[in-house]
Design a binder for this molecule. Sequence first.
Ligand SMILES: *[C@@H]1O[C@H](CO)[C@@H](O)[C@H](O)[C@H]1NC(C)=O
Ligand SMILES: *[C@@H]1O[C@H](CO)[C@@H](O)[C@H](O)[C@H]1NC(C)=O
Ligand SMILES: *[C@@H]1O[C@H](CO)[C@@H](O)[C@H](O)[C@H]1NC(C)=O
Ligand SMILES: *[C@@H]1O[C@H](CO)[C@@H](O)[C@H](O)[C@H]1NC(C)=O
Ligand SMILES: *[C@@H]1O[C@H](CO)[C@@H](O)[C@H](O)[C@H]1NC(C)=O
Ligand SMILES: *[C@@H]1O[C@H](CO)[C@@H](O)[C@H](O)[C@H]1NC(C)=O
Length: 751
Amino acid sequence: MHKHLYLLPIVVAICAAFALVDEVDGEYLIGVGSYDMTGPAAGVNMMGYANMDQNTAGIHFRLRARTFIVAESSQGARFAFVNLDAGMASQLVTIKVLERLKTRFGDLYTQENLAISGTHTHAGPAGYLQYVVYSITSLGFINQTFDAIVTAIEQSITQAHNNLKPGSIFLNTGDVVNAGINRSPSAYLFNPPEERARYTSNVDTTMTLLKFSDSASNKSIGAFSWFATHGTSMSRDNKLISGDNKGAAARFFEDWFSFTNNSISARITKFSTTHDISKLTKKAEKIKATGGKPCGKTTSQGFKVRKNDGTRFVGAFCQSNVGDVSPNVLGAFCTDTGRPCDFNHSSCNGNDELCVGRGPGYPDEILSTKIIGERQFEKAVELFSSATNLLSGKIDYRHTYINFTNLEVQLNESAVVTTCPAALGAGFAAGTTDGPGMFGFQQGDTEINEFWKKLRDLIKEPSEYQVDCQQPKPVLLSTGEMFEPYAWAPAILPIQMLRLGNFVILSVPGEFTTMAGRRLREAVKETLISNGNGEFDDGTHVVIAGLTNTYSQYVATFEEYKQQRYEAASTLYGPNTLSAYIQEFTKLAKAMATGEKPIGTGLLPPDLSSVQLSLLQDPVGDSPPSGKRFGDMEQDVAQPKGGSFKKGDKPSATFWSANPRYDLLVEGTFAVVEMLQGERWIPVYDDDDFSLFFKWNVDSSGLYGLATIEWEVTEVAAPGVYRLRHFGSSKKTKDSPNEYYTGASSAFTVS
Ligand SMILES: *[C@@H]1O[C@H](CO)[C@@H](O)[C@H](O)[C@H]1NC(C)=O
Ligand SMILES: *[C@@H]1O[C@H](CO)[C@@H](O)[C@H](O)[C@H]1NC(C)=O
Ligand SMILES: *[C@@H]1O[C@H](CO)[C@@H](O)[C@H](O)[C@H]1NC(C)=O
Ligand SMILES: *[C@@H]1O[C@H](CO)[C@@H](O)[C@H](O)[C@H]1NC(C)=O
Ligand SMILES: *[C@@H]1O[C@H](CO)[C@@H](O)[C@H](O)[C@H]1NC(C)=O
Ligand SMILES: *[C@@H]1O[C@H](CO)[C@@H](O)[C@H](O)[C@H]1NC(C)=O
């Protein structure tokens, strides 16, 4: 402080602005926020596996946008970091969010100091990216997905902004055990032996965690962590919206902080009046299903277990250099023989479709998601509880747009190479062990057969320049040369550095492999130290925030590129892509270390919103079968033998229900487990709980919607009387007003 006497007036102003705070001893202003971004839960393709058959059919748990903002002072430097339960960031989302922030906050949050990062769940709705490759399987752009995400980001930033208060930030790091394995170990082996010898593992096991504390109350308000593992615990066949393992970790962590012991039922056990099961069962027998009843637009919000009042603890699990890291830690096996797949190609007798990775809960993908989520959650709790390294020092940021199409890269004094227009190789079509792709391709293919070449040339024959430039990648789709009906791949990419004292975040618009990430972090750190005049040292901690601000697939090392497995085949801009990133990031790092602004490139990514094709139809009006109302039972809870359910049982009920796309019930819920307390029903689980499943389908006639609510009775569920409640919204025709309804099942007991 003593160095900054000239800041005194500002400090006084802050103290005045926070008159309730006795004493401002925090180093920074800190705010956190969070908002529901679940999106359309029926009939919308999911982002990640590019599987046309994988369309949403309900919700396992909700998706959220989680934000932290840090500022030196109310007028000083600041940045905002948003973590999305989404497959990745999207250029168009970023553009629209920036427009909305400009309207709200003027120039406070810009492309320079806002980072939007995806967790890489493969179980969220698609249709929010603007380049053709990323919206083929979703049949183009889907406004409902897009709008849910943009709004959630805007709302979570606004919350964080409104919450800004003096506070401290602690950094901690530690190793997460067995939450990721390298899914392309043969490619990793292409990296030089002396380089590999410097590391004990072929994946990064470090989790980096920031803990945010409020100065006035000395209470924690949030924590954000970074750790690399794919959001592919849920498979390509899953149809329930899910935050995958990182979303699960966030749910567990926030619940751990807010409720302790990860359970709400534990909290209300004390209200239980009797544990006499026969008495409870007699009581339950008398309580029949209510039938469908009208309710209001926001009624379901009142039934939420975790209401968003804007002041809750926010725990986020962010993605890092995830390129070659799989959460399916048991390894990949052939589905026909049960034997391990071919090492170099991850195929089974040449068939890529048969080689599938297994999570620790195999064959139960929900269990795998839980276990990989818990491994991250438990480490985060440990790091959170023991964090003492107080961050101090400048907040700063650098950002630039680069055209990666034909960038000159100076490797050393004598060698200059270039990047290429974007292209995908044959290994891309093979997919990965987390989600096999098309028959007829293998990871590691460096040739394409004549048949596929002919087909490819019908779509677009790659230029000779491109074919040479991308060597040894066999160009399957020359996406950087395809512009019909609009650009298939990005050319202009943002890169960004955010600094918080001696902690630095590198926002990268893609999935760096383990070794690619290590090289980038190391180059940036060296540059900061050698140019920083003592401001940076060996204690400077650099993390990669993957899938941030936009998406451009993978970045493998030059050596890994030679093998052309999936990650290399998806490294868009050719063998020198990583070198280009390192060159451009070190320019930013130098500028940051010396306090200069880098020379702008004058580039801006295009806004393709006006040319997006949208082929997916919105639902056009629903009605229940004659004699029924929405919210009536189609199938009531089947009472169990012995009269009561036990831990692990799955009571379920099915309601007549309209398409959940008529209203996403944002910050509300489609499903609730209620528990009887005296004469009152109390919500104890909702559709944001890991134990509760909301499934939506059309009945066998193809005419009527059905919502099934299934609850897996938890370990900590208190004995008592329960029932399942459904909320929904319908429209008679496309243009009629929304009508809202609710209904509850008959009661049942848990012993
Ligand atoms: C997208 O959805 C939002 C919110 O419903 C709406 O305001 C907007 O007009 C829609 N845009 C398009 C292009 O349909
Ligand atoms: C704030 O809380 C931490 C533990 O949560 C404790 O170690 C510290 O002493 C507290 N500081 C003050 C000023 O009360
Ligand atoms: C709840 O958490 C506390 C503190 O972590 C622990 O001591 C206690 O054993 C836990 N109770 C249950 C039921 O898990
Ligand atoms: C994998 O390929 C490498 C050459 O790239 C070869 O040396 C190695 O023997 C192969 N391994 C197996 C198990 O086929
Ligand atoms: C990117 O660079 C390439 C090659 O120089 C050029 O053809 C292309 O127009 C540039 N793209 C944009 C969007 O500026
Ligand atoms: C420069 O880099 C190229 C490509 O990696 C390499 O072949 C060459 O030996 C290097 N030259 C010097 C002087 O280091």
